[in-house]
Design a protein around this ligand. Sequence first.
Ligand SMILES: [Zn+2]
Length: 355
Amino acid sequence: MNITALGNAVGTGDEGVFAEVIEVKSLDTLAVLGKNKLSGKIIFFNRPMDQTQIQTGHAYGMAGDQRRSGPAEAARYGAKGVVVRTLSTAFDDFPHTGSTVYTEGVKKIPAVAISTNDADRLSEMLKRNRNLKFYFETHCQMLPEVLSYNVVGQLNGTEKPDEYIILGGHLDSWDLAEGAHDDGTGVVQAIEALRTFKALGYRPKHSIRAVLFMNEENGLAGGKEYAVLASKNNEKHIAAIESDGGGFTPRGFRLDVNDAALKQIQRWSPLFQPYDIHKFEAGESGSDVEPLKDQQVNLIGLSVDSQRYFDMHHSALDVFEIVNRRELLLGSAAMASLIYLIDQYGLESNTAGTR
Ligand SMILES: [Zn+2]
């Protein structure tokens, strides 16, 4: 079976992990089975993403506890290692990684993902042979932190240069591929929006920034630091837009704003109707801009068609070749258009009380 270590996971070293496998579909089952049954075993979390969810992000959220908390929880019951069914909507042979979070004071045990096909195969094999043993070996290790940077490009405002509208995505990706959709496309779209304004000779009232955030995937250091600096430098942010759902056909925007701003932005949705990008709904924005929430910033996420994203997300399939140029550009144009409207007509600040 193809495996990938989970992000932040400890390695097994040369000796590997070799043990019987206990298959479970939920974290709650661990408490039911208890230490007697789980100690010294490999726990296999095998709850698939729910295929009936039309927004695949919801299905990802619903299945994600297995990868995020599964290893830490299994360790409480003396498990030797963890195998997680890949969080993917596709049925193929590619394992997908992503971060897992250990619990302070609980032993860190090795954890890997296997593909959806392999997960089904392992489950079948376990039905035929309860005593089946599984072996895996990983050599990952945590290296010391290094200094890194967000990258910021800016068009200076002509009327209110000290007020900012920002858009961005994140520079980092998991290492199985270059992370084209997660989140190379968000990065390119942010740069492309600024290029568009320049090419049109547009001189914005507010300063407009493309922010390429660092370290979204395993800690959000770039997003957090950006918010700290914005506060420290007294930079008033009007709105922050993130593209981190892949460079797919845009559908509209998810708005984490107060009621007044929601109504105001929704009034613009007919302008986007000719492009089929008019789904303007309340929702979560993006993890890099989230830390700005405390500063009453209107947070906005580009909504895209989500059907294919989790097929390649965090796997070796997330390469430049699969990005569609037209879909990518439509997303960038949609964000540039919304920024233009906010720049021209302003936007009420996102008062904390209404959240
Ligand atoms: Zn991402």
